[in-house]
Design a protein around this ligand. Structure first.
Ligand code: F6R
Length: 604
C-alpha cells in the first residue's frame, strides 16, 4: 500500500532516495517524504502529491546526508495532508519513522503517550512509534534496544524504517506482516525497501526479512535479529533475476502499454516454467479430495478462469474464491489443496487464506510473480511465473501468465486422470507456443481499430462485458480493467445471466462488449449469439471481439487472429486490456496510477 525505502552509503544519498521513491510510487501516491541525517540532525521534507512533483517542490534531492529513509503514502489512517505524510518525528525531532501497515493498538498507545506529555502532529497510527522509541530511550538504553522494545509494544502489521540523530550511523528496520527486503550493494550502499524495485537499479542482491525480524544497516554492513529474543539470524542472499530494463518504460507512453506489449514474451516465459513443477502441483491436486483456487481482484478472475479450465480439461470441480471472502466460505482440512494466485505475493487477504489453510492442515501451492515475496516463502509449493516486474497498478501481463500456468496444470491433471478432453487436447501445449505470435499480430493489427472504438465510445457512462463459459471470467476481468483505468462504470457478466435482470439496463446508449468464441465451440458460440440477439433487440450497441465477421449481427466487430477454442479467450483478454487503455488515454486518465488505487494491497 505504501512504499518505504532507506539507504545508507558513502556518498550523499538524497538523489538515490528520490530515484528509489519514484520506482516505488506504484505502491501508493497521495503524498511522500524523505528524512536524512546530517550535521544539523534529522531533516524531514514531505508534502501531498506525486513523488516527482513533491520532490521538485520540496527539493528532496538537495537534502544532505549519507543515510536516510523515504516513504510514498496511500492513505489508510488519516486524510491526505502534509501532516499525515511520512516520515514522522518524535517530539524532540531525533527519531524519524516511515511505516507501512496498520498499528491496530495505536489509539491505546496514543492515549498513554499523551498522558506522558507527548504531542502529536498527525492523525496517523504510525506517529505513535517514534514517540514510543523516544520515551523508552529516555531511560538511558541504546537506540537498538529502545527500537526493539518499542516494536514489542505494537500490534497489527508493520514494515518500519527508522533513523535517529542519537545513533547517526544506522538505519533500523523491522517487519511484521508487511513486506520488507534488504538490498546488498556491498562496499557502496545498503538498502531497505518494501520490495526489490526500491534498489534494483543498484543491486540485484536481496535479503528477505521474515515476520518478527529486525535489521540494522550501516555503511559497513548489516545484521538481522529476532524481535522476540534478539538472537542473530543468518540470512541467505538471493539474486533477483529481473533486469533494470524491465523496470523502465522503454519508449512506451505508460507502463500499462509496455506491459500489454510484453505479453508475447511473458507467455514464452510461462511456458519455460519446468514441467516438473507443473506436475508436482497437478499430483497434489490429484491426491487431494478438494481443490480450491483463490485470488482477489484480477487474480480472483484468474482463479475463476482456472475453475473453468479444471472443469473442462480435467473433469475436476475446483471452486474459485475471492480471498477477501474466503474467511466466511472456505472449509479447509487435511484433504484440501489450496492453490493461491498472486502477482505481488503480498496481498493480505490471499496471504491470510494461505495461513488459515495451513493452520487447518490443508496443503498449499501458489503461483506468484514477485520473487522473495511472502507467499513464495509461505506456500508449500511455489510456481514462479517469472513475468518480470509489473509496475502499472493495473495487472495485465501477470494475469496472462497465470492463466497459462493454470492451463498447463489443468492439462496435466486431466492427463493424470486420463480425462478425455485432456487426452484430446494434448496438442494444446504446442498451440500455446504459437500464442506469442498471435498476440503480437493482434496487437499490431487491431490496436488502431480498438483505438477508434475508444474515441467513439469513450463518452458512454455504462459498459457491459459479456461472455459464456470460459469467456465469462475474461468478461469480468475486462470490465475490471475498464473500471480501474477509465473510472467508467463497467460490468462483466455471464451472458446467460443478462436476461435474469440486467437486461433492463440495456438501451441504445449502452456498449456491450461481447466475447464471441470461435465457431468450433458450437454450443458456446450459439448461446453467445443468442445473448447478442437479446441485446440488439433492446437497441444495445454490440461491440464484438470475434474470430470472424457476424455478417451484420454486430454493431461493431474487431476480428481477432484465429485461435483454438482454449486459447481464444486469451486474445479477448488482450483486446479488453487495449480497449481499457485506449479509452483511458482518450479520457486523459492517470493510467499507471489510477485514482484511489494502489498495487500490492498489504492491509485487510
Ligand atoms: C487489478 C489488480 C488487482 C490485483 C489484486 C490482487 O488490475 O491489479 O485487482 O489483482 O489486488 O493482487 P495480487 O495479484 O498482487 O495478489
Amino acid at each position: 500500500m505504501c512504499g518505504i525505502v532507506g539507504v545508507v552509503g558513502k556518498t550523499e544519498i538524497a538523489p538515490i532516495l528520490v530515484e528509489s521513491l519514484c520506482r516505488l510510487e506504484y505502491r501508493g501516491y497521495d503524498s511522500c517524504g524523505v528524512a536524512t541525517l546530517n550535521s544539523v540532525g534529522v531533516e524531514v521534507r514531505k508534502d501531498v502529491g506525486f513523488v516527482q512533483e513533491v520532490a521538485y517542490r520540496q527539493k528532496f534531492a538537495s537534502a544532505h546526508g549519507g543515510l536516510g529513509i523515504a516513504h510514498t503514502r496511500w492513505a489508510t489512517h488519516g486524510g491526505v495532508t502534509r501532516e499525515n505524510a511520512h516520515p514522522h518525528l518524535s517530539c524532540d525531532g531525533t527519531f524519524a519513522v516511515a511505516h507501512n501497515g496498520i498499528i491496530s493498538n495505536h489509539e491505546i498507545l496514543r492515549r498513554e503517550l499523551r498522558g506522558l506529555g507527548h504531542r502529536f502532529s498527525s492523525e496517523t497510527d504510525t506517529e505513535v512509534f517514534p514517540h514510543i522509541v523516544e520515551e523508552i530511550h529516555r531511560s538511558g538504553i541504546s537506540v537498538e534496544e529502545a527500537f526493539v522494545r518499542a516494536l514489542r509494544r505494537l500490534e497489527g502489521s508493520f514494515a518500519i524504517a527508522m533513523i535517529s540523530s542519537r545513533d547517526p550511523e544506522k538505519i533500523y528496520c523491522a517487519r511484521q506482516r508487511s513486506p520488507l527486503v534488504l538490498g546488498i550493494d556491498s562496499g557502496r550502499h545498503f538498502f531497505v525497501g518494501s520490495d526489490v524495485n526500491a534498489f534494483l537499479h543498484f543491486t540485484r542482491r536481496a535479503v528477505v526479512l521474515e515476520d518478527g525480524e529486525y535489521a540494522v544497516l550501516s555503511r559497513d554492513g548489516y545484521f538481522v535479529r529476532a524481535i522476540a529474543d534478539g538472537r542473530t539470524r543468518s540470512k541467505p542472499i538471493m539474486e533477483i533475476n529481473w533486469s533494470l530494463g524491465e523496470t523502465e518504460k522503454a519508449g512506451y507512453r505508460h507502463y500499462m502499454e509496455k506491459e500489454i506489449w510484453e505479453q508475447p514474451d511473458v507467455i514464452r516465459r510461462a511456458m519455460e516454467v519446468s514441467q516438473k513443477e507443473i506436475v508436482a502441483v497437478a499430483r497434489l491436486m490429484r491426491a487431494a479430495k478438494r481443490n480450491v483456487l483463490v485470488g482477489v481482484g484480477t487474480t480472483y478472475y484468474v482463479s475463476l478462469f482456472g475453475q473453468y479450465l479444471f472443469a473442462g480439461l480435467a473433469g475436476e470441480f475446483s471452486p474459485a474464491f475471492s480471498s477477501d471472502e474466503s474467511g466466511e466460505l472456505l472449509m479447509m482440512d487435511r484433504e484440501t489443496l489450496l492453490l493461491a494466485i498472486s502477482q505481488s505475493g503480498e496481498t493480505f487477504d490471499t496471504l491470510q487464506t494461505i495461513r488459515q489453510a495451513k493452520a487447518d492442515g490443508a496443503r498449499t501451492a501458489a503461483i506468484v510473480n514477485v520473487p522473495g515475496s511472502s507467499m513464495t516463502r509461505e506456500a508449500e509449493i511455489v510456481i514462479h511465473q517469472n513475468s518480470g516486474p509489473e509496475i502499472c497498478v493495473i495487472s495485465t501481463k501477470a494475469a496472462m501468465a497465470q492463466m497459462l500456468l493454470l492451463m498447463r496444470m489443468a492439462l496435466e491433471l486431466g492427463y493424470l486422470r486420463q480425462h478425455p478432453p485432456a487426452m484430446e487436447n494434448l496438442d494444446l501445449l504446442r498451440e500455446i507456443m504459437e500464442l506469442p505470435d498471435l498476440v503480437e499480430t493482434m496487437l499490431r493489427n487491431q490496436q488502431l481499430q480498438i483505438r477508434d472504438l475508444a474515441h467513439r465510445f469513450s463518452n458512454r457512462r455504462n459498459w457491459f462485458y459479456l461472455g459464456r463459459g470460459l469467456y465469462t471470467p475474461i468478461a469480468l476481468e475486462s470490465a475490471l480493467k475498464m473500471k480501474e483505468v477509465t473510472y467508467l462504470h463497467a460490468e462483466g457478466m455471464a451472458a446467460g445471466f443478462l436476461k435474469h435482470g440486467t437486461l433492463s439496463l440495456i438501451d441504445e446508449e449502452t456498449p456491450c462488449v461481447f466475447l464471441i468464441p470461435p465457431k468450433e465451440a458450437k454450443d458456446l458460440y450459439d448461446l453467445t449469439m443468442g445473448s447478442v440477439a437479446e441485446v440488439r433487440a433492446r437497441r444495445g450497441k454490440v461491440i464484438a471481439f470475434a474470430f470472424e465477421s457476424g455478417g451484420g449481427k454486430f454493431d461493431e466487430e474487431v476480428i481477432l487472429p484465429k485461435a483454438s477454442v482454449w486459447l481464444a479467450p486469451l486474445l479477448h483478454l488482450v483486446a479488453g486490456q487495449v480497449l481499457a487503455y485506449e479509452t483511458a488515454l482518450v479520457l486523459g486518465r492517470n493510467i499507471d496510477r489510477p485514482r484511489s488505487l494502489a498495487k500490492s494491497v498489504t492491509v485487510s
